[in-house]
Design a binder for this molecule. Structure first.
Ligand code: SAH
Length: 336
């Protein structure tokens, strides 16, 4: 049976109408689900028993559960079991400005980026909306406090699960639900150009990040196979379109890999590629993993200064959670 957390507010309204009930129950049920955090439909007091019985015929509440939590300084990693026995992970980071959760959007991933541990397992399936929403709800319950920021940067390619990811955003952003501000939500893509264009018309002010990692096609083809389907020019054109439509600054993520993409040559190419764009670059110290040969660059500061000299906004991502394999690219749905 499907989870009620798959339904956006609008879906819920339509559902109540479809069972000849009242549209306003959608608001009431949202309140029970996301504010009161009800544990059973039987505890809902302001919707008639018959209607609740009808809901119970069609929906369950939770369809995922936390099966393991690992804690390190400033970071917790959660392993979830899904109802079909699959596993996914989410990472919670404690910042001075709040807490941010990095959620997974798929079981496995088909993008095949050469440096990424999380993508070594092929996509098994997309996550349902509820399976994304519940990563937040269950972690908040475990923490006993609210999460302020959400990044869709865990396992999976969110634009390969576009409908569910955008419904997920609608739900967590809704003022009667978790009310997580759209500017506190960031989605990261490896560069599926047509979806970037589509996302330009998604009417929520969420942040978009592109996993760039290489400033030219030759190199990007080698480390990110998706570049063969959507070469840099196509991706950059899509991002320009996105910017023209939304006026929102784009973040570029750039993993620093030793002797691969970290020389002065790439720094120069990167500057030319981004010239004139309203963007900022987040340099990511590579998290090494046992199964993959890439090494972390030791040229990050020099590279960063090259970009600064050219007037590009650049930050270096703070390193989190490598001890518990909770860092970027280290998530993997391993056996419990
Ligand atoms: N598929 C999306 C969402 C995953 S985001 C995307 O590609 O953007 C995960 C981010 O972590 C991406 O920027 C990814 O390139 C980066 N990453 C993957 N492996 C990493 C590693 N070992 N060290 C640091 N960052 C890594």
């Amino acid at each position: 049976m499907t989870s009620i957390y798959n339904l956006t507010r609008e879906d819920l309204e339509n559902y109540f109408l479809s069972i000849n009930s009242k549209k306003f129950h959608a608001d009431q049920l949202f309140d029970w689900l996301y504010v009161k955090r009800v544990k059973s439909f039987d505890d809902v007091t302001n919707i008639k028993k018959e209607v609740l019985e009808e809901i119970k015929k069609n929906y369950i509440l939770n369809n995922i559960k936390i099966v393991n939590v690992e804690k390190d300084k400033d970071v917790n990693k959660y392993l979830f079991e899904l109802s079909d026995g699959e596993h996914i992970e989410a990472v919670l980071m404690f910042h001075d400005y709040g807490t941010s959760i990095c959620i997974s959007s798929q079981v496995g991933c088909n993008m095949g980026c050469k440096f990424c541990e999380s993508g070594r397992r092929k996509k098994v399936r997309n996550l349902e909306v509820s399976e994304m929403v519940l990563q937040i709800l269950l972690i908040e319950e475990e923490l006993g406090s609210r999460i302020s920021h959400v990044v869709v940067m865990g396992i999976g390619e969110p634009f390969d699960n576009y409908e569910n990811v955008t419904d997920f955003i609608k739900i967590i952003n809704h003022p009667k639900s978790l009310a997580i501000g759209s500017r506190h939500i960031t989605l990261s893509t490896c560069g599926i150009a047509p979806k970037i264009r589509e996302f330009a018309h998604f009417p929520y002010q969420v942040n978009l990040a592109l996993s760039l990692h290489a400033p030219n096609d030759e190199l990007r083809n080698k480390i990110m196979p998706i570049n063969k389907a959507y070469p840099l020019k196509e991706v950059m054109d899509a991002l320009k379109y996105y910017y023209d439509e939304t006026n929102r600054r784009i973040t570029f993520e750039y993993i620093m890999l030793e002797n691969i993409n970290d020389s002065a040559k790439e720094a120069q190419e990167l500057c030319s590629l981004l010239k004139g764009m309203n963007c900022y670059i987040n340099l990511i110290p590579y998290n090494e993993t046992n199964n993959i040969d890439f090494k972390k660059s030791n040229n990050i500061d020099v590279f960063k200064n090259e970009l600064i000299k050219k007037g590009i906004n650049v930050t270096v991502r703070r390193e989190f959670g490598s001890k518990i394999s909770a860092a970027c690219g280290q998530l993997r749905s391993k056996e419990v």
